[in-house]
Each structure stands twice: as C-alpha cells, then as structure tokens.
Design a binder for this molecule. Sequence first.
Ligand code: SF4
Length: 256
Amino acid sequence: MLSVRQVTAGFGGDRPALCEVSFDLPAGAVLGVAGEPGSGRSTLTRVLTGDHVAHTGTLTLRPRDGGPEIELRADTPRPSRAERLAAASPRVLDTADPVLTPRQRHADVLVIDDAPAGSAAALARLRDRYGFAIVVTCTGPGALRGVADEVAVLYGGRIVEHGRAEDVWAGPHHPHTIDLFRGRDSAAAPSGGPGCPYRARCAYRMRVCDDTDPALDLITVGDGGTTMAACLQYDRDVPDPALLTDRRTAGLGSPA
Ligand code: SF4
C-alpha cells in the first residue's frame, strides 16, 4: 500500500505544479491519473520516483514482501527509492507483451507517465504477471478503461475528481472530467484569484463559482457508494439538470 498525503510540489513559480495531492494505492491496484499536459501529472510521477525532490507532504509505503513500513522522504537515496517505486518509459507499452528490467519487475509500484491510447491490455498484462501496483498517467481517462481500478483527474495541480473507475466510466462528475472524455482539452491556464480554477472553461459555471474555490469533497453516487469531486454543483440540493444529463451522456457505460 502506498499512501500519499498532502503533497505539494513546484518549480518556484507563483502556482505550485502539484497542490495538496493525497491518495491511497492498495497493493496490486492500478491508479489512472488523467490530466492535460501542465495539469501536474508528470510532476506527480517525478515526485513518486524521487526525480523531483522539492516537495512537502508525506509518502509512506508498506512493501509487498511484508517488510516494515517505509517513509519515502525527499532525501531518501534514489537507488533505494527506485527499488520500491520504479519508473518505466511509456514505450514499454508499445507491445502487448512488455519487457521490464529486473528492478522494475520487483518494484512495489511501477510508475508510467503519459501512457498512449490503447495501452490498457499491456498494462493489465504487466499487473497480472508481476503483481505490483501501478500509477499511470494519460490525457483522457478513457485510455485506461478496463485496467484502472481507480481514476484521479488532475487540473491545475489539484485532484478535481477521484473515484472508482467503474463510477467514472458510468458518469463522470466534475465538468473537467466530462470535457476530457469528450476530447475538449486546452492549454489555457487555470483561472487565478478567488473562485473555481476551472470557471473560465466550465459549461456549468454559476455565479458562486466566481468567488468560491471548491474543495475536494465526498459525494454520493448512484449505488449508494461515494466518490470525490471538487465542484460547487454538488454543494447544492438541486444540481444543474444539464450537468446531470451530460454526466450520463459522457459516461462510457460498463467496462469491457
Ligand atoms: S465549481 Fe463551478 S466553475 Fe468550478 S467546475 Fe463546478 S460548476 Fe464549474
């Protein structure tokens, strides 16, 4: 199990590249991290593998060999860290039967940044063969359909939606997730100042979105389960009916 808590990382600019990112990754599970270029997805993979050390927050790992829990600090030596969280090039997914190095095979978590479309089968083969957990990033969450157990969507360095993959396929909740499913990506920077960072691009923007920055909160989904979304639509008793309709039409139904 990898536990990531409140990780914030940057490169010295006004806005951190990654802001208070938290998630738990169970042993052997696949977390798909979706986001446009500039969303923070590559910074996240670099923090995990120790290639970017300028961060706050904590990473703890319970090794799959039953060893004691390890805290992965910014000053943890890279060789010992890479034995636990190993980076792999997305090119290993170019074939249906990927080949890994011995260090990658024995890692607790394999980290792959920017997986190409159509790589779900190769990822599933890796997970099934070697038993490690996987953190894999991509632009659109649909690329990981059928292999991801959970999906987190990054925008402006923050997680704006995180839930079970089957719930995201069935009906994404955050307007940005809906836009990613529909291929509406953009290089536009998140809105600054008070208010929701997504408001300039959001088709469901309300007046309150101009001065309130939504937190990532638990919301109830169809079967009584929960997922997380950072959107003020879910703070209201009666969300915009247009959003509910678009959630359904953007969803991809049951995983294949
Ligand atoms: S809080 Fe408002 S602007 Fe932000 S994603 Fe939700 S509806 Fe859109």
